[in-house]
Design a protein around this ligand. Structure first.
Ligand code: 4AD
Ligand code: MG
Length: 477
């Protein structure tokens, strides 16, 4: 038996050879043409059945959703749409599927409906393409760092420090919720909990990655992160994956160079390795946007946009310049922003980020040197005393895709910053010690993996680029 994946058959097999393939039936037309898909490609293999050679009882089981195995001869296709097809000699039905009950019909389903049947959506063309791309991106990221001398560090998922301040945390506890032990002061007595202290799911691996960068030189993490923010947007998840490189001896300019080179390289990688899936998703997006008014449609096709980002540099703009542009922008003057920009120091919302990227610069933008007051304690203070060496990479259609900074490496300045942010020293003594013992300039950033997958696939909702999304009120599957 010569079992093949369908991508292999379509690429390598010539008329006159034999093949066995197994997969799920997409459609069965005219009791004769099976469109079979096995997840290895967005393309189906057309399998032609001569019904006179098969039992009625077998043919009845070939319905949309059934899992079958077919063997036969590869021939040049007579029909349009494919070069070759398989003339079926033998059929094995691995799993029949009642067509009356099967929720995935060969018609267009809404993304909302498919989220409700997330256990079956991997069998659709769109989700097959999205998750093959998600895999390729993940692989490309590891490859990029490996080839550039970075070591992958597995930072902890359970964390005993809650000082990063990147977001609200999920607590992990084995205390009996009906009988929570209290201290004499009436507080929860975590001494009696599993870890004998308060423990949460991590919001970022950065602080631990820094410790490793100050020993191994160049490291990165790629792991799940958890944020209990009540954000019901198309770009927020409660559980998402983040990539965090951290580099000793790199300043902010080198950090920006890395972010840009890295993003462009992984996008080039998928353009090269996933042309069929990207073409399918590009056409899908175009069809999806056809009904929209012109100003709501993407100015470029998905493929053109990816090529544009892969080939062109990002614009680097200071926060101060960005505020000037925003303050004088049409939507600000016409009060079109939900959060009007009045003065220096304002935090930027996604509406502002998207204006800068999509309307003003029309290319990816890196904003840097933000006010210290709106950024985390660990970012390096500039000589002006009021801005920090922070950077955010902003992408069209997405907004912030990367957040990072040069880190404060000066012991006394960091201690002062922690005091200003009310972070107890005993909580982060280990972080401070790296500044006491052999400190150096270093920088890093965090890339939201799902936001990158969104950008590359053109999916408008982040819930459709992670297998099983976790959002406020939803932890199904
Ligand atoms: O900007 P953030 O909060 O940065 C950090 O956590 C730093 N410790 C990173 C570092 O310097 N090592 O998050 C980084 C990125 C954001 O730019 C965004 O792409 C993504 O993580 N992100 C989310 N993605 C999905 N759902 C959420 N709730 C997200 N919050 C942040
Ligand atoms: Mg951020």
């Amino acid at each position: 038996m010569n079992v093949c994946r369908i991508n292999q058959v379509l690429k390598e097999k010539k008329a006159g050879t034999e093949a066995t393939v197994r997969g799920w039936v997409r459609t069965f037309r005219s009791n004769r043409f099976i469109a079979l898909n096995d997840g290895s490609t967005v393309l189906n293999l057309q399998c032609v059945v001569d019904f006179e050679n098969f039992d009625e009882s077998i043919l009845k089981k070939i319905t949309t959703g059934a899992c079958i195995e077919v063997s036969g001869d590869i021939v040049t296709s007579q029909g349009k749409g494919q070069d070759i097809e398989l003339v079926v000699r033998k059929i094995i039905v691995h799993g029949a599927s009642d067509p009356e009950q099967y929720p995935l019909q060969p018609k267009k389903h809404s993304m909302e409906f498919l989220r409700e049947i997330a256990h079956l959506r991997p069998r659709t063309q769109t989700f097959g393409a999205v998750f093959r791309l998600r895999h390729q991106l993940s692989f490309a990221i590891h490859q990029y760092f490996h080839e550039n001398g970075f070591y992958n560090v597995h930072t902890p998922i359970l964390t005993g420090s809650d000082a990063e301040g990147a977001g609200e945390m999920f607590q992990v506890s084995t205390l009996d919720k009906k009988n929570i032990p209290l201290t004499p002061e009436g507080e929860v007595d975590y001494k009696q909990d599993f870890f004998e202290k308060e423990v949460n799911l991590t919001v970022s691996g950065q602080l631990e990655a820094e410790l490793f960068a100050l020993g191994l030189g160049k490291v990165y993490t790629f792991g799940p992160t958890f944020r209990a923010e009540n954000s019901n947007t198309s770009r927020h998840l409660a559980e998402f994956w983040m990539i965090e490189p951290e580099v000793a001896f790199a300043d902010l300019d080198q950090n920006m160079d890395l972010a840009e080179h890295f993003l462009r390289s992984v996008i080039q990688n998928v353009l090269k390795n996933c042309p069929d899936d990207l073409e399918f998703l590009s056409n899908r997006l175009e069809a999806e946007e056809k009904g929209l008014p012109a100003d709501k449609r993407s100015p470029m096709s998905l493929l053109d946009k990816l090529n544009f980002v892969a080939e062109n540099g990002f614009r680097r703009v200071s926060y101060t310049e960005a505020i000037d542009i925003l303050r004088n922008s049409k939507p600000n003057k016409k009060k079109k922003f939900q959060y009007p920009i009045e003065e220096w120091g304002a935090d930027l919302q996604s509406e502002h980020e998207r204006f800068l990227v999509e309307k003003h610069f029309k290319c990816p933008v890196i904003l840097y040197d933000y006010p210290a007051s709106i950024k985390a304690f660990y970012m390096r203070l500039n000589d002006d005393g009021k801005t920090v060496r922070a950077m955010d990479v902003l992408f069209p259609g997405i907004g912030e895709i990367i957040g990072g900074s040069q880190r404060e490496e000066r012991y006394e300045v960091l201690r002062q910053k922690m005091a200003d942010f009310n972070i107890p020293e005993e909580e982060l003594y280990w972080y401070l010690e790296t500044r006491k013992f052999g400190t150096c300039v270093h920088s890093g950033f965090g890339l939201g993996f799902e936001r990158l997958v969104q950008f590359v696939t053109g999916m408008s909702n982040i819930r459709d680029v992670i297998p099983f999304p976790r959002t406020p009120g939803n932890c199904a599957f």
